[in-house]
Design a protein around this ligand. Structure first.
Ligand code: PDD
Length: 285
């Protein structure tokens, strides 16, 4: 049985109850974060907290909590191992259903932990490459907000599963944006390419770190528009997220990407990431 956080209290999960009039439940009027902790240490914690602040500001929900204190304590109460923290903030409940809301609402704050694998220390051999499909991006135009309105993401992932693959990539107006819950990268002749940061994609914390590491280690990268032809002609395609790390995609819409295997630039990036994480764990970062 795990301990969760709800509105100021750390309680057993089965005691956590939220009103049926909560706007998160009725309207998806809420935002969230997913923060990995390895051996009790938050991975790029401040960056996650900054992105939560951005999401809250963008939808005018109050942001008056010590997020780090809540997450650190929750992780400790759940054993302090390798865990991801899910943190959701809804606009709250007015005790009735009404699209309009007033200033008096108090946000509902919920957080829980899930076990995760330490992808970075597991080693390259443990990473299983994925196959993907490309689907139409039917989401709204504020994908920079980490909103809990995830129906389009859920439906395309299910479509991928129904077609026997593991991931769905979104395409909007002929340009690839990102994956169902991950950012997108490709490699061509040793250069990394990724869609520009905009309101059409989530500003992924892992994405930022990949670009930072590329910068520091002299790997060239460009933020550009990626169309379908460019995607399929890539030597390597990767997706990235906090919980899954950086994973190669070796087949898209039934067509092999590059050599159909983990590529050398991915291998290098994975190694750089593992090094970064080791430094974080030993306190030298
Ligand atoms: N999702 N794009 C989308 C649409 C995402 O949902 C996510 C992460 C990312 C990657 O962001 P980051 O590197 O900060 O995790 C990109 C989380 C993990 C989720 O919804 O569970």
């Amino acid at each position: 049985m795990s301990t969760v956080y709800l509105n100021g209290q750390f309680i057993p999960e089965e005691e956590a109850k939220v009103s049926v009039f909560d706007r998160g439940f009725l309207f998806g009027d809420s935002v969230y974060e997913v923060v990995p902790y390895y051996q009790g240490v938050g991975f790029r914690l401040q960056e996650h907290i900054d992105r939560l602040a951005h999401s809250l500001r963008a939808v005018s929900i109050k942001n008056a909590q010590d997020w780090q204190a809540i997450m650190d304590k929750l992780v400790a109460l759940n054993g302090g191992g390798n865990l991801s923290v899910y943190l959701q903030v809804t606009r709250g409940s007015a005790g009735k259903r009404s699209h309009a809301y007033g200033d008096e609402l108090e946000p509902t704050i919920f957080a829980c932990c899930t076990d995760i694998k330490d992808v970075w220390q597991a080693g390259v051999d443990e990473v299983v490459p994925l196959k993907a499909i490309v689907t139409e991006d039917l989401r709204w135009h504020r994908c920079d907000i980490k909103s809990t309105c995830l129906l389009p993401n859920i439906l395309v992932l299910q479509q991928a599963k129904d077609e026997g693959v593991q991931e769905a990539l979104f395409s909007r107006d002929g340009k690839l944006t990102e994956g169902s819950a991950c950012n997108l990268f490709l490699v061509k002749r040793g250069v990394i390419y990724t869609p520009k940061r905009s309101s059409e994609i989530l500003g992924g914390i892992t994405r930022e770190l990949i670009l930072e590491l590329a910068d520091q280690h002299g790997i060239q990268y460009q933020e550009i528009d990626i169309d379908y032809e460019r995607l399929l002609a890539a030597d390597e395609v990767w997706v990235s997220s906090s919980t899954r790390g950086v994973i190669p995609i070796v087949e898209i819409d039934g067509q092999q990407i590059g050599e159909g295997n983990k590529g050398p630039v991915w291998m290098r990036m994975f190694t750089l990431f593992s090094g970064f994480q080791r430094a974080l764990m030993t306190g030298s970062k």
